[in-house]
Ligand binder design. Structure first.
Ligand SMILES: [Zn+2]
Length: 206
């Protein structure tokens, strides 16, 4: 549906961190390739060049442990060579090296991943806007309604600014969208777009 892709490069110790950072972002309709997940399907890391060359953005995780990883640094270099923008995430600005030593990115706050994810969403919205064809909203979530027997599709158009979304998050005010078929309501965290809960509606009698 949407052909934007993001490639996440990281050191071997940071797979679960990468998955944590992108778990709610994967609710959005673009594709996220996480380097070491790709290896699970039997590819070798050297075969991932095509994923990088075709990505709209490469996100590079420069943690204290991972920053010197050879694959991470080679993949950043490869992205730069292919003209793919690189967004660094770093524990300390000094952990960035090489081509991205001066690139502004997202600071990793391990004790507050919500803030990190929110800042990552900010940067992704700037880098990937508009998503897909112009006939669809700039940023949106779309998923099949999960109420038993409902065949509705729910679309959440993300029109608010990131500043407004953060304010909502701080006030525990979720993003809400109703299924137009059964009136079930879906609630998502405004800061991270993580799914919170569903209030069941009912299918119309026929
Ligand atoms: Zn429904």
């Amino acid at each position: 549906m949407i052909d934007e892709t993001v490639y996440v490069t990281h050191g071997p110790a940071d797979l679960s961190l990468a998955q944590d950072l992108f778990s709610t972002i994967r609710n959005f309709p673009f594709t996220v390739h996480v380097a070491m997940e790709e290896l699970e399907s039997g590819r070798s890391r050297s075969e991932l060049g095509g994923r990088i060359a075709n990505a709209d953005l490469v996100v590079a995780l420069f943690t204290e442990d991972g920053a010197t990883d050879a694959w991470l640094n080679q993949e950043v270099g490869y992205a730069v060579a292919k003209g793919v923008p690189v967004l660094p995430i770093y524990e300390s600005p000094d952990d960035r090296g090489g081509y991205v030593a001066d690139t502004e990115g997202v600071e990793l706050q391990r004790d507050d991943l919500t803030v990190t994810v929110f800042n990552l969403v900010c940067r992704l919205r700037a880098a990937l806007a508009p998503l897909g064809a112009l006939s669809v909203p700039n940023w949106f979530l779309r998923f099949p309604c999960s109420l038993d027997g409902c065949d509705g599709t729910v679309t959440i158009e993300v029109e608010r600014s990131q500043k407004d979304l953060w304010r909502m998050h701080e006030h525990n005010q979720p993003v809400r969208q109703d299924c137009k078929t059964c009136q079930s309501s879906y609630f998502f965290d405004a800061g991270t777009f993580g799914f919170l809960h569903r209030e069941d509606g009912a299918l119309p009698d026929d």
